[in-house]
Design a protein around this ligand. Structure first.
Ligand code: DGL
Length: 273
């Protein structure tokens, strides 16, 4: 178990913000990252579809011998975390609970904003978790679907991005949230624009760091940290032709993507029967 890899998956690139934080914490762990670029975006898809995709991907990762799975996608975490936890005995963590816990810890006026894809916001999971942590919290949610395309286009600090952010974030400003959860793994790349629009006093929560710390505490608690002396490697898998993933992914990661393989993930459940 100790020398199994850390499995991380996302609909595409966004989870690389989580991978980056995980890789900083563990130099001796092998990491496998799967980006479902052939079927992204997940944001506008139904819960049933996302659960099916998540089951297929986790089966692939499990077959690769992972010792923990990180669902590095808010949409997939909000739809499929519980289903995957029931399916597998290895630890499976999502990105929602850690971000929600941090927001509840940080807010002073008890007004928390949440932005994410339509799937994440419609599922209402952040709202439910935040209220279960403290029922006095007020949650203001806003889907920001265009943010994903802006990030993938590389338009992270343009006039258009600023205008769109102003439009999306106006209700959160009106409601005077003092803490804002970036509830989509793409959004940390828009942090500067979001901070400018919301004002410097609003605390932005990017769950990537919190999630990486959570992985560390689970591996330590379960005594399954790598026992290798040599440094770990990162292997990438994608469900479509890799060149676009490599181009955009290197921007997310700010480093070179070397080992990458395209695999056919759809129908993984049927194939295994
Ligand atoms: N990774 C997704 C998330 O964090 C955003 C991109 C998508 O819609 O697939 O919700």
């Amino acid at each position: 178990m100790n020398n199994g890899s850390i499995g991380i998956f996302d609909s595409g690139f966004g989870g690389l913000t989580v991978l980056s934080e995980v890789a900083k914490l563990f130099t001796k762990e092998n990491i496998i990252y799967f980006g479902d670029v052939a079927r992204s975006p997940y944001g506008p898809k139904s819960k049933e579809t996302i659960i099916k995709y998540a089951l297929e991907i986790s089966k692939f990762l499990f077959n690769q011998g992972v010792k923990i799975i990180v669902i590095a996608c808010n949409t997939a975490s909000s739809c499929a975390l519980e289903v995957l936890q029931e399916e597998y005995s290895i630890p499976i963590i999502g990105v929602i609970q850690p971000g929600a816990e941090e927001a509840v810890r940080i807010t002073k006026n008890y007004k928390i904003g949440v932005i994410g894809t339509e799937g994440t916001i419609n599922n209402n999971v952040y709202n439910r978790i935040i209220k279960s942590l403290n029922k006095e919290m007020q949650v203001v949610s806003q889907p920001c679907p265009l943010f994903v395309s802006l990030v993938e286009e590389g338009w992270v600090d343009t006039e258009v991005t600023h205008l769109i952010a102003k439009e999306y974030l106006s209700s959160l400003k009106e409601n005077q949230v003092d803490t804002l959860i970036l509830g989509c793994t793409h959004y940390p790349l828009l942090k500067d624009v979001i901070q400018k629009v919301m004002g410097k006093d609003v605390f932005l929560i990017d769950s990537a760091t919190t999630v990486a710390n959570k992985v560390k505490s689970i591996l330590e608690e379960q005594n399954i940290l790598s026992s290798k002396e040599s440094s770990g490697n990162i292997r990438f898998y994608v469900s479509d032709e890799p060149s676009r993933f490599v181009r955009i992914g290197e921007r997310f990661l700010d480093k070179e993507i070397r080992v990458i393989t395209q695999i056919d993930i759809s129908g993984m459940l049927e194939k295994g029967r």
